[in-house]
Ligand binder design. Structure first.
Ligand code: NAD
Length: 478
């Protein structure tokens, strides 16, 4: 049984309770993990607060050096971590190993960026009455951060959260998804081996709601760094508000993928495959609403159906498979309910539309109209492409903006003016031109507008997110 890590020790739950972790592709029981109690969570919060005082006092280069050791060890474990992730999540093995390798690159990039983090110094004499004073700002850590991670990209999102958080002198308590905590426990073990002091990073496992609430409602937590659904994120925001914790939220999306009549259709088709099939369509920034100009809708739909029909679905551990399964059978049943509802509203199934256990077949829906729920606020977390026709670019922008979500967007056009018009007018955290919504760099300030998020995550923005500005004024020194 894998154990939680509290104050540097591998521990079971104080009452001995456990949770079973299954491989969704085979239903095989892979492992069990502790189901933490309130007492366990409180112990972790206490240890994180004690450790934070010493961790923040270490010189930044030393923290960077210790995290550099983590990178070096993790590089030797990419295959092992990727295989665990594949088995506990159902994502194909190449993607899972790629995510494990990305952990090493991304943490290394955060370390490099941290070494260039700058405060500010205000020029002397630009404000009457301040002559002779020096005013500077530095980055001050927030304290203890609860890092709450969803199931779909656990390693990548864990890395985005803990890298910036730890480098600037905060400590972190990680709360993984109850469905796939194994790779994150293994990764957290590496920190001790790398010489990171006890209590600097801990991981508490078990059921989402009670553990998440014990963490987010505690006054001993100063920042909540959450990625997950908008429903849970809203609760987290309320909990954080009660004790004025800093809250950063990365939440759900229903991204529009707009294909204009002058687009490179073959490119757009390939990008839908990337944007909708990767991780079996369980991506926040997945291309979830495919808006196609009516002049080319028939040709586009035929090409997309042909492409989906040759995708090979099966056990994700088999490297010849293009697509694995969803996180569990309940997730596939939820997608099924959403598809059935859309069909009741008048959509037709061009391909797919069924599931076998946790395996949801790549699905294309046609005859989808803008007034259907799937075209607005229903986030389908599966390999489903609903095709919605439009006549004018203004209409496409209007449909894109009718969702409560505003995470990402994509537009395909050979005319840069059309593409930029869409990019400017769609209300989202990002818009990709001639690339699926999935195309994300580590640097960019990633995040959502409207109900998709608060704050930005990425190397260029996370250090600001996980610190507070401290002003130091030196009177009459010049
Ligand atoms: P979820 O909201 O069910 O769970 C997310 C995390 O919150 C899990 O660790 C869970 O255990 C925990 N949790 C559950 N109840 C809680 C509570 N009451 N308080 C605190 N924590 C609680 O989400 P999920 O199903 O794991 O992930 C899928 C969702 O995440 C989708 O909506 C997807 O769009 C979104 N997501 C967003 C991004 C982004 O960057 N915007 C990235 C990945 C996933």
């Amino acid at each position: 049984m894998l154990k939680m890590i509290i104050n540097g020790e591998q521990v079971e739950a104080s009452n001995g309770a456990t949770l079973d972790i299954y491989n969704p592709a085979t239903n095989e029981l892979i492992d069990t993990v502790p189901d933490a109690t309130k007492e366990d969570v409180e112990r972790a919060i206490e240890a994180a607060n004690a450790a934070q005082k010493e961790w923040a006092k270490l010189p930044g280069w030393k923290r960077a050096e210790l995290l550099g050791n983590v990178v070096a060890i993790a590089r030797t474990r990419v295959d092992e971590l990727g295989t665990i992730l594949c088995k506990e999540t159902g994502k194909v093995i190449a993607e899972a190993k790629g995510e494990a390798a990305e952990f090493c690159d991304l943490l290394q990039e955060y370390i490099e960026a941290y070494k260039h983090l700058k405060g500010t110094l205000f020029e002397n004499g630009i404000e009457k009455g301040m002559d002779g004073n020096l005013i500077m700002t530095t980055h001050m850590p927030l304290g203890v951060s609860a890092c709450i991670v969803p199931f779909n990209y656990p390693i990548l999102l864990y890395c985005h959260k803990i890298s910036s958080t730890l480098l600037v002198g905060n400590t972190a308590i990680v709360k993984p998804s109850e469905f796939n905590p194994l790779a994150l426990i293994k990764l957290t073990e590496i920190f001790k081996e790398a010489g990171v002091p006890d209590g600097v990073i801990q991981i508490v496992t078990g059921k989402g709601a009670p553990i998440g609430e014990w963490l987010t409602q505690s006054k001993g937590i100063h920042m909540i760094n959450f990625t997950g659904s908008t429903a849970t994120g809203t609760k987290v925001y309320e909990s954080g508000a009660k004790h004025l914790a800093h809250v950063a939220l990365e939440m759900g999306g229903n991204d529009a993928f707009i294909v204009c009549k002058d687009a490179d259709i073959d490119l757009a088709v390939e990008e839908v495959v990337a944007g909708r099939i990767t991780t079996s369509g369980q991506i926040c920034i997945g291309s979830k609403r495919i808006l196609v100009q009516n002049d080319i809708r028939e040709e586009f739909t035929k090409k997309l159906v042909d492409r989906f029909s040759v995708l090979k679905q099966g056990d994700p551990i088999d490297p010849t498979n293009d697509i694995g399964c969803l996180i569990n059978v309940a997730a596939a049943e939820k997608v099924q309910g959403q598809i059935d509802h859309t069909v009741e509203q008048g959509a037709k199934i061009a391909i797919g539309g069924t599931h076998d256990g946790a395996y949801y077949a790549p699905t294309i829906l046609t005859d989808v109209t803008r007034d259907m729920d799937i075209a607005k606020d229903v986030e389908v977390f599966g390999p489903v492409a609903p095709i919605i026709g439009f006549d004018t670019v203004d209409e496409a922008i209007d449909i894109a903006n009718q969702s409560m979500y505003g995470l990402g967007g994509a537009v395909f056009s050979k005319d840069i003016k059309t593409a930029l018009k869409v990019a400017n007018e769609v209300v989202t955290g990002s818009v990709n031109i001639n690339a699926s919504t999935l195309c994300r760099s580590h640097e960019m300030p990633f995040g959502g507008a409207k109900c998709s998020g608060k704050g930005r995550e990425g190397i260029s923005s996370s250090f600001e997110e996980v610190t507070q500005k401290k002003v130091i004024l030196l009177r009459n020194v010049l």
